[in-house]
Design a binder for this molecule. Structure first.
Ligand code: MN
Length: 252
């Protein structure tokens, strides 16, 4: 039996330590191919480059390539055109910084896995919740464990797993729990300054995201030193609303 092909990507760029630790962690499980952005692409969401050509260059290691595009570009090009065969698994990460609650919609890391899922391949997104991680190896070990499980058991076709790992030594983790997506407090600071020519510029961000650690959420799990796994679905339809508007008629 040929060893399963594992496609690895990220949104932090091909030089990011999290990507290297992830690729190493998955090396035993199959033939790892890396297609990653050539630069920082965090918070690009599920963006795809439609209005310019994309270039792909080999990078330092065998089966490593950098793309001058988004994580979605990387996964789409790799699966649809560049890989020698279909991957058995897509893993995106390891992101430095949590991808919890509403932040999944901004996340390039989650988008890489979302694209894998759209291409019909079981997909995982892995984040270490610390913006300056000290224990990326722990997230690597968790990634290996989950990748092995998914390669063996598969995933529902329209589901991806969004995994967040506390930044702790592996032995300090309390467990792995399945969670729902929590709710983030939007308190992004907008910084307004003047450039050297006196023109104003703006910078979004600054403060760490606040959250409500409601019961059963991803936020609660990582607050309790557990790994959070949130299954995310392709279908963004609000089925409750759809049900409740069945009776409504809107005249044209
Ligand atoms: Mn990132």
């Amino acid at each position: 039996m040929t060893s399963p092909l594992i496609l690895v990507t990220n949104d932090d760029g091909i030089q990011a330590p999290g990507l290297h630790i992830l690729a190493e962690a998955l090396d035993e499980l199959g033939e790892v191919w890396v297609y990653a952005p050539d630069r920082q692409q965090s918070a690009v969401g599920h963006g795809v480059s439609l209005h310019r050509p994309l270039r792909v260059h080999p990078y330092n290691h065998e089966r490593w390539y950098m793309v001058d595009g988004t994580p979605t570009d990387c996964v789409m090009l790799a699966i649809r055109h560049l890989l020698p065969r279909r991957p058995a698994l897509v893993v995106s990460g390891i992101n430095p910084g949590a991808n919890l609650g509403d932040d999944v919609t901004y996340s390039g890391t989650v988008a890489g896995a979302f694209e894998g899922m759209l291409q019909g391949v079981p997909s995982l997104a892995i984040s270490d919740v610390a913006y300056v991680p000290k224990h990326l190896k722990t997230a690597g070990q968790v990634a290996e464990k989950l990748a092995e499980l998914v390669l063996r058991e598969g995933l529902p076709l329209e589901t991806l797993l969004n995994v967040n790992v506390p930044d702790l030594p592996y032995k300090k983790l309390r467990g792995i729990v399945f969670t729902r997506m929590g709710r983030r407090h939007y308190e992004d600071e907008i910084i307004s300054r003047k450039d050297p020519r006196g023109n104003p510029y703006y910078w979004i961000g600054g403060s760490a995201p606040g959250n409500v650690a409601e019961s059963g959420t991803d936020f609660e799990a990582v607050d309790n030193m557990s790994v959070s796994i949130t299954p995310l679905q392709r279908d963004l339809t609000d089925h409750h609303s759809l049900e409740s508007v069945r009776e409504v008629t809107i005249e044209l």
